[in-house]
Design a protein around this ligand. Structure first.
Ligand code: NAD
Length: 495
């Protein structure tokens, strides 16, 4: 494999389509200690376009050698980076934010290619949201009180140390920015291990960090598998904080490993969130928004309202509104601006969604839109049918486990107590929705939910509000001030 690190540093991440895009092809380097350097490990990971099933790039499958080099560089950079002033960090992070703003088209094209996200959604969310989040941290960093007087103590908020950031593929750049930007703002150096399926937008991000001019070692990227690179990073003795977003099963393993080393750990995990429509709410709007919420990003959203809970008197009406809404989502080429729903990320995910649907039918669910069958018009690509399931009971697998595909299940409830019991009746607690005749009624019900975020009557996403889970959905919070505090530790001086 030809390697030209300088060429890579200039070109990686730029480009447009699969033929002409310069970031596609074979990469043999990792971004470590301020430069693109040849991977010290053997092996590579193939990156597929989920719509064409074609290999569009390969990246190194880093292992212990790459992780060690990256963590070593971060450790060496830690003291000087931790001692920078707020203004110095703000200047560099502003350049990074401006770089993200200038690369919106490249980010969009990259995420369309490696994730299969529809281009309109990719531009608005996969490229736009990281820009919003990065901007939010500039404002927070400008005003955060890093020193506070409490009685006869001066309490200093200091960087928590070297951060391992391990991210999933479903919102690949958002999840990177939501960890790396607050960690850097707090004065922590970072080693990022992105998901195997979406390493290209991570390489693009590394290029933007490089162009912003951060000191060597402050940000490092190691691509590789979770089992090898991710596990080595989470276990590394020189890592102080592990910030992980991904599945609950892997999150538990990461927390166990981190616990042995007494590392701080933040976990953003899975969800099975409920959207509760109370009597008196605008049923049509609530159901339509629910369907859109789940089908966005092909259902691959941790906070998706995958369970729609409706009073039994309105159940059949809600099911038919949902089925009608689902018909408007016709899977197609994500690069086509008219497409609202693309493929899921890979063949494993496609098989997993179909098997959940087959299982649900066996358990007695009624398919009112979609279903497990392949789509005849789309023989190539990891497509699944956007699906609505009725007659779902709370004990069914599809009502308890995270499908991570475009599948809405509709459950009836008898009264508010029953609705709260159902909403809280899974191991998860990440997000949710409540719809009622007025906000006060919705807010009163939301207080009964064991979950980290609740949108009332379609309340919009707030990048400054803490995001994270109750129960098996995680530990700690991302975004806003709470996200920044995950990367700070406190020292009290008494005098
Ligand atoms: P995953 O857990 O398989 O992988 C996530 C990351 O962990 C990847 O980078 C992977 O390589 C790495 N990894 C895997 N095994 C590892 C190990 N043993 N040690 C260390 N790292 C390891 O999850 P995924 O399939 O990539 O992502 C989907 C999951 O992420 C879903 O369950 C979804 O709900 C969850 N998610 C949660 C949030 C949130 O904020 N709560 C956000 C997005 C996604």
């Amino acid at each position: 494999m030809q390697h030209d690190a300088e060429q890579d540093a200039r070109n990686d991440g730029s480009g447009g389509d699969e033929q002409g895009g310069r970031w596609f092809g074979d990469h043999a380097d990792q971004y470590v200690d301020g430069a693109w350097r040849p991977s010290g490990d053997t092996g590579s990971i193939e990156v597929l376009n989920p719509a064409t099933e074609r290999v569009i790039a390969t990246v190194p499958a880093g292992g212990a050698a790459d992780v060690d080099a990256a963590v070593g560089a971060a450790r060496r950079a830690a003291r000087a980076w931790g001692a920078t002033t707020r203004e110095e960090r703000l200047a560099l992070l502003t350049r990074l934010r401006d770089g993200i703003a200038g690369a919106q088209d490249e980010i969009t094209a990259t995420v369309v290619a490696e994730l299969g996200a529809p281009v309109g959604f990719a531009a608005a969310v996969h490229a736009g949201l990281p820009l919003t989040v990065a901007s939010s941290y500039l404002a927070l960093l400008a005003e955060h009180p890093f020193e506070e007087r409490i009685g006869n103590s001066l309490v200093l908020a200091e960087p928590a140390g070297v951060v391992a950031a391990i991210t999933p593929w479903n919102y690949p750049l958002h999840q990177i920015v939501a960890k790396v930007v607050p960690a850097l703002a707090a004065g922590c150096p970072v080693v990022l291990k992105p998901a195997e399926d979406t390493p290209l937008v991570a390489r693009l991000f590394a290029r933007l960090v490089h162009e912003a001019g951060f000191p060597a070692g402050v940000f490092n990227l190691v691509t590789g598998t979770g089992a090898v690179a991710g596990a080595a990073l989470a276990a590394h003795r020189d890592v102080d904080v592990v910030s992980f977003t991904g599945s609950t099963a892997v999150g538990r393993a990461v927390a166990e490993t981190a616990g042995r080393g007494l590392k701080r750990v933040a976990l953003e995990l899975g969800g099975k969130s409920a959207n509760v429509v109370l009597p008196g709410a605008d049923l049509t709007r609530a159901v339509n928004v629910n369907v859109a919420n789940v089908f966005a990003n092909s259902g691959q959203t941790c906070s998706a309202w995958t369970r729609l809970l409706v009073h039994r008197d309105h159940y059949e009406e809600a099911v038919s509104i949902a089925a009608k809404a689902a018909e408007k989502y016709v899977p197609g080429d994500p690069a086509d601006a008219r497409t609202r729903i693309g493929p899921v990320v890979n063949a494993k995910q496609q098989a997993r969604v179909r098997s959940y649907l087959e299982g649900a039918i066996t358990e007695g669910a009624r398919v009112v839109a979609g279903g497990p069958e392949p789509i005849a018009d789309l023989p190539v690509g990891f497509y699944v049918r956007p699906t609505v399931l009725a007659d779902v009971t709370p004990d069914m697998t599809v009502a308890q486990e995270e499908v991570f595909g475009p599948v809405v299940v509709v459950l009836p409830y008898r009264d508010e107590d029953h609705a709260a019991e159902l909403a809280n009746g899974t191991e998860y607690g990440l997000a949710g929705g409540v719809w009622a005749a007025d906000t006060d009624t919705a807010a009163a019900f939301a207080r009964r939910l064991d979950t980290g975020q609740v949108d009332l009557n379609g309340g919009r996403f707030n990048p400054l509000a803490p995001f994270g889970g109750y129960k098996s959905s995680g530990l700690g919070r991302e975004l806003g001030r709470h996200g920044l505090e995950e990367f700070l530790q406190y020292k009290s001086l008494q005098y």
